[in-house]
Design a protein around this ligand. Sequence first.
Ligand SMILES: NC(=O)c1ccc[n+]([C@@H]2O[C@H](COP(=O)([O-])OP(=O)(O)OC[C@H]3O[C@@H](n4cnc5c(N)ncnc54)[C@H](OP(=O)(O)O)[C@@H]3O)[C@@H](O)[C@H]2O)c1
Length: 305
Amino acid sequence: MMSNWTVDNMPSQKGKTFLVTGANSGLGFGTSVALAKKGAKVIMTARDLSKGTKAMFDLKKEAPTADVELMQLDLADLNQVKAFANAFKEKYQQLDVLINNAGVMMPAKRDETKQGFEIQFGTNHLGHFVLTNELLEILEKTPDSRIVVLSSLVAKMNKADIYWDDLHFEKSYDKMASYAQSKLANMLFAAELDRRLKKQRSAITCIMAHPGYTATNLQQHMGWAGRILNFLMAQKVEMGILPTLRAATDPNAKGGEYYGPAKMGNYRGYPVLNEPNKMVDDNGANQKLWQLSEQLTNTNFVIHS
Ligand SMILES: NC(=O)c1ccc[n+]([C@@H]2O[C@H](COP(=O)([O-])OP(=O)(O)OC[C@H]3O[C@@H](n4cnc5c(N)ncnc54)[C@H](OP(=O)(O)O)[C@@H]3O)[C@@H](O)[C@H]2O)c1
C-alpha cells in the first residue's frame, strides 16, 4: 500500500523561487510557510500590504531563516496585475512555480472588479488568467517550471457550469453558481493551458489542486452555516495545503493532473489524484472560455516552444 503523502515527502526546495497569490491568509499562508521551511524562496503576494506584512511577520516566527519577500497584488484590477508582473520580472530572474491560490467566495451581494467583471469570475479566473500570461516569459526562462491552479470540489457540483448567457450574473445573482463558475473556469483554464503547453512542447507544466473542505477565512460570507460546517466537516490548513504542495513539488506529478484529498468524497485526507469535471474534455467549451477570457481581458496568450 502507498503511504500517505505529507510534507516529509517534499524534497528540499533550495534554489527554487515560488510565487503564491493570496499568501496572507488560509491556504496561501500555510503553503508559503511549508515551502519556506523547505528552503524555497517565496514571494508572498497580498492585495492589502498591511495584512501581507503581518503574515510575513507571522511566517518568520515559524521559520526564522525563511527567504521570503512580499509584493502587492490585487487580482481584481487588471492594470495592477500587469504592473505587478512587470515589477516581478524586473526584480527576479527565475520563477520555478507560480501558485494561483487567491480566491473570493460567495459574497452575499453581487460585486464587480475594477474592470466591471463579476467579482468571483473576475478575481479567481480572469485575474489569474492575465497574471499567468504576463509571467509566462519568466516561467519559460526557468527550466521545468510549473503552474499550480487551485480549483474546488464545487467545480464538480450541480451548479458548476459556465453561464455563457450571463457570465457576470447581471440578470440575476446566484452566489453559489457564480462561485462554482469561477472554480470551474480555473479548472478548464488549467487543463487547456496544459494541453497548449504540451502542443508547443514547452517544458512548463500546469497542474491542478483543491484542498477539500478546509477551515479558512474563505467561509466568511457563509455566516452561521459556514461556522457549523467548519466545525463539523472542515480539515485543518496543515492538511488542506498538501494537494497544492504535492502539485507544486512532487517530482512525479505531471501536467494536467488534479490533486485533492483521498477520503470522504475528496473532502478530507491526504492528497491523491482526483478526477476533474468531465467538461475539461469538452474542446468546444475550453476554446470558447479561452477566447472569451482573451477578449474580455484584451490578452493575447502566446506560448513559445
Ligand atoms: N478553504 C476551502 O475549503 C477551499 C475549498 C476549495 C477551494 N479553495 C480555494 O483555495 C484558495 C485559497 O482560499 P482560502 O481557503 O485560503 O481562503 P482565504 O483564507 O479567504 O484566503 C484567500 C486569499 O485570497 C486573497 N484575495 C481575495 N481577493 C483577492 C484579490 N482581489 N486580489 C488578490 N488576492 C485576493 C485574500 O486576500 P484578503 O485576505 O485581503 O481577503 C486571501 O489572501 C481559493 O482559491 C479558494 O477558492 C478553498
